[in-house]
Design a protein around this ligand. Structure first.
Ligand SMILES: *Cc1c(COP(=O)(O)O)cnc(C)c1O
Length: 377
């Protein structure tokens, strides 16, 4: 009998807490002792600090989760029923759910098969010649998937030419840069998830959105709380999507460590890249001019299931992001509109991609263990 292998998990949210426990405990106690639990000083400070960290005159608004951040941006822009919003099928279902929560119609495009982002040529074609039977296109939501900025400048040029809003889905890309500019500051607005395993993660749910447009930020801040500009008076039709004070206090601690955490993710990625040299697997492709933040380290191979099983036998956990594209999920299949390319690359990727353990708390010996297993593939 072999000795049982200790599992190195694909994700370990508890490690993120343990690594910063004294700081996080102090922050949570401070928020709990304050006697103010919703939309108070911690949340305001977090919004200010996050906007300053983004730079470029951004205004930030906290909310309940990343899905709501996207939905609130659309509602704040007045984009809902009677509007089409273009995004990709190769994303968390959340991106598409947010569009429908706002009342708009999603249109899903295919991806570039090397870096998995929205195909700018297909977007240009769709904006110039929209598919028949859909309401007018009012916004485009590209996703900086896995932590790598998408090919945003041609996407922005196409949006500007067509007069439609550009909303960046930054749920996996806090701190990623494109030609030196922080993602989330290039489009008209950006949404960030603060789910525990994201690059900036709470100890629960959270989200934040950012925009240079101060009036839009103020409108969204009202919409997130029943449309109140003044207490108990709804000037706008709103929802309830607030970030609580305990999570905001946690996130202020985590934000101060985010750049270092992203640097650690890049170091781990470099170690995996080196281990893959000489194997049949290619490291993730990087686009020129980008600073990737490796929310996920994603490999691709037609023998994916066998490779994942081989890694599991050595105690290495892996994941799939995502096994079923949005347009093939039971709730969406046959109902959601696709672009002219028909999402063939998206469907192909879903059968071949898999993700290695990637979180800043991975110890050097754990990274070495993954590398050893990779060299044997
Ligand atoms: C996580 C994620 C979201 C949604 O965030 P939640 O906080 O889970 O609502 C949206 N888009 C992408 C690409 C994500 O990865």
């Amino acid at each position: 009998m072999n000795a049982p292998v200790t599992m190195l998990p694909f994700a370990d949210p508890g490690a993120g807490y343990r690594a910063l426990k004294p700081e996080l405990d102090a922050a949570m106690l401070r928020a709990m002792a304050s006697g103010w639990y919703i939309l108070g000083q911690e949340g305001e400070a977090f919004e200010r600090e996050f906007a300053a960290w983004l730079g470029e005159d951004q205004h930030a608004v906290g909310c309940a989760n990343g899905t709501d951040a996207l939905m609130l941006i659309l509602r704040g822009m007045g984009i809902g029923e009677g509007s089409t919003v273009v995004t990709v099928s190769h994303t968390a279902v959340a991106t598409v759910a947010a569009i429908e929560m706002a009342g708009a119609t999603p249109l899903l495009l295919d991806i570039d098969p090397d870096t998995y982002g929205m195909d700018p040529d297909e977007l240009r074609a769709v904006l110039e010649d929209p598919p028949p039977g859909l309401p007018p296109i009012r916004a485009v939501i590209p996703v900086h998937i896995y932590g790598q900025p998408v090919d945003l400048m041609p996407i922005k040029a196409a949006c500007d030419a067509a007069g439609v809003a550009l909303i960046e889905d930054c749920a996996q890309a806090h701190g990623a840069r494109l030609d030196g500019r922080m993602v989330g500051t290039i489009g008209d607005a950006a949404a960030f998830s603060l789910y525990p395993t994201k690059n900036l993660g709470a100890l629960g749910d959270g989200g934040i959105l950012a925009t240079r447009d101060e009036a839009l930020a103020k409108r969204i801040a009202a919409i997130r709380q029943y449309g109140w500009v003044r207490r108990y008076v709804s000037d706008l039709v709103g929802v309830n999507s607030r970030l609580d004070e305990v999570q905001a206090a946690v996130l202020r601690v985590k934000l101060a460590h985010l750049d270092a955490h992203n640097a650690r993710r890049r170091d781990i990625a470099a170690a995996y890249d080196a281990a893959l040299a000489g194997t049949a697997l290619a490291p993730p492709a990087r686009r020129a001019g980008v600073e990737h933040v490796f929310h996920l380290y994603v490999l691709r191979d037609a023998r994916r299931d066998a490779i994942m099983a081989a890694l599991k036998a050595q105690g290495i956990g892996t994941g799939i992001h995502y096994p079923v594209p949005v347009h093939l999920q039971p709730a969406y299949e046959g109902r959601v509109a696709l672009g002219p390319a028909g999402c063939a690359e998206t469907a192909r990727a879903a059968h071949e991609v898999f993700s290695l353990p990637m979180y800043p708390e991975l110890a050097d010996e754990q990274v070495a263990r993954v590398c050893l297993a990779l060299r044997g593939l």
